[in-house]
Design a protein around this ligand. Structure first.
Ligand code: NAD
Length: 481
């Protein structure tokens, strides 16, 4: 078999130890890899490279398109860019796949039945880094959810479920509140699910879903969710499975993929030969599936399960309960796995890895353009502490042309007309203008003319949002009350 080129980074802290252990197991198992080692992390940051990635690493990655990465130490202090965020966005790694499995009774856990795969959207949502301070009192962070971004990650979750013999895909959203952004994710989920009749699907509101995931994880199989919920909940499931040292993750894009342990560089135990290499090893197992060496992935995973079952445990999972038989260090653990290559676990469930279908890459629903019509504008003001009614009357006195002031809100709560005098007011106000009536058309020039008048009157406009209809349906949230 031709060797598959991969890029490898040993990282910081425990990184070099667990990477050496992982690569020793891969080599002993006969993985056909052509390894290119690159430097990332603390030393690179300290050389002044803001994203912590040696420039040569980009050349290597553009050639191999597969990255096996050990954890790094992020230097304290400002000015540094998160290497992981850089990788995800630069390489368009839209799906973060995190399997979490209980290895009960060999690894202590409150959830013996857990076998969940979280598929987290990796690029959008509140992680685009678009934040502003708008007034003295108010800061904002933009939550962006795109249709193609949602489609790709949700389709990936269903394809993953199908390829791995999973029965159900669950979606977590908060679309009772975020009707447009999480609503889009939910609708996309329902639409894509219809194309997978062989796989059960369901949706939960994330708060109750999270509570269920934390208490009865056995009722979930594959769970797909927007970035923030996925970030938080994949840590919750990893932690409840027994040890952060046990979970690996894959970051998947159409052209690149990155595999890593979910834990960090654990600097306090670095160099002591006690770190658990399992998280990185299981990430490497996912990598083997990705590069078409699924048989080897099955063999290594089985040997690893047998090692755990035989009670050969690193200190993080070693317990005096009769099931842990031998406390070993990183290197000895790797040797124990190597000695068991070809063996299968007796009680723990082995996994037969199937290749992920290649056609998932680049698959996307045809882009459909909708009829977009300008209906009005939301104008956000930084404005002083006077009562809402005063602002409302002053604003209504300004001629808005074909536009009409509908409502004023403060932090999203309606305060004019007919506001509640008890509402707590900040210095962040929104004026919602809509076309005077259904027949009136609004042009961008009408909005500009209105903004000019507001500025002339001394109002401090901190943001404007055009309000559009798409195929006749409002593309903006309604204001309750
Ligand atoms: P951490 O995951 O490194 O450590 C948390 C705890 O888990 C520590 O007690 C540690 O000893 C233990 N632990 C972690 N991995 C282990 C393993 N394989 N075996 C045994 N015990 C293990 O998290 P942290 O302490 O918050 O972060 C340390 C550094 O890692 C920071 O600089 C952080 O920025 C970085 N970090 C990097 C990544 C990454 O590169 N992907 C991810 C998270 C944190």
């Amino acid at each position: 078999m031709a060797k598959t080129p991969i890029t490898v980074a040993y990282g910081d802290g425990i990184g070099p130890e667990i990477m050496s252990a992982t690569l020793a197991i891969l080599e002993a198992a006969g993985a056909e890899l052509d390894i290119d080692v690159v430097e990332i992390g603390e030393q690179v940051y300290k050389r002044g490279v803001k994203n912590g990635l040696d420039p040569r690493a980009w050349d290597s990655l553009s050639r191999t398109r597969v990255f096996l990465k050990a954890p790094i130490t992020t230097p304290q202090g400002g000015g540094y860019k998160s290497l992981n965020v850089t990788m995800r966005t630069a390489l368009n790694l839209y799906a973060n796949v995190r399997p979490t499995v209980s290895y009960y009774p060999y690894v202590e856990t409150k959830y013996p039945q857990m076998d969940v795969v979280i598929v987290r959207e990796n690029e959008e949502d509140l992680y685009t880094g678009i934040e502003h301070r708008q007034t003295d009192q108010v800061y904002q962070c933009l939550k962006l959810v795109s249709r193609p971004g949602s489609e790709r990650v949700i389709r990936y979750a269903f394809e993953y479920a199908r390829a791995n013999g999973r029965k159900k895909v669950t979606c977590f959203v908060k679309d009772n509140i975020m009707k447009l952004t999480d609503g889009l994710f939910h609708q996309t989920f329902d639409r894509i699910a219809a194309g997978y009749p062989d796989i059960e699907h369901e949706s939960w509101i994330v708060d109750i879903g999270a509570a269920k995931l934390a208490t009865t994880p056995e009722q979930f199989d594959v769970v797909v969710m927007p970035n923030l919920y996925g970030d938080i909940l994949s840590d919750v499931t990893a932690e409840t499975s027994g040890s952060v040292g046990l979970a690996g993750s894959a970051n998947i894009g159409d052209h690149y993929a990155m595999f890593e342990a979910i834990h960090g560089s654990a600097p306090r135990i670095a160099g002591m030969d006690i770190a658990n290499p399992s998280g990185l090893l299981l990430a490497a197992v996912m990598m083997l599936v990705h590069i078409g060496q699924g048989d080897l992935a099955t063999t290594i995973h089985a040997a690893w399960l047998k090692t755990i079952e035989d009670g050969i445990h690193t200190p993080d999972i070693y317990r005096n309960n009769g099931l842990s038989k031998k406390k070993v260090g990183t290197r000895a653990f790797a040797e124990a796995v190597i000695a068991r290559l070809g063996q299968k676990p007796e009680r723990l469930k082995a996994v037969e890895y199937q290749p992920m279908p290649a056609q998932i890459r680049g698959q996307q629903d045809a882009d459909r353009k909708e009829d977009k019509r300008l209906r009005g504008v939301d104008v956000f003001l930084d404005w002083g502490p006077a009562p809402a009614v005063g602002l409302g009357r002053a604003i209504e006195a300004i001629d808005a042309g074909p536009l009409k002031l509908e409502v004023i809100t403060n932090r999203g709560i309606k305060v004019y007309p007919h506001g509640n005098p008890e509402t707590f007011l900040t210095d962040h106000w929104r004026l919602r203008y809509l076309a005077r009536d259904a027949e009136t058309t609004v042009a961008p020039q009408d909005v500009l003319a209105l903004l000019g008048k507001l500025v002339d009157q001394g109002y401090d406009i901190v943001q404007t949002e055009s309000l559009y209809d798409f195929n006749g349906a409002p593309g903006f949230s309604a204001i309750p009350g």
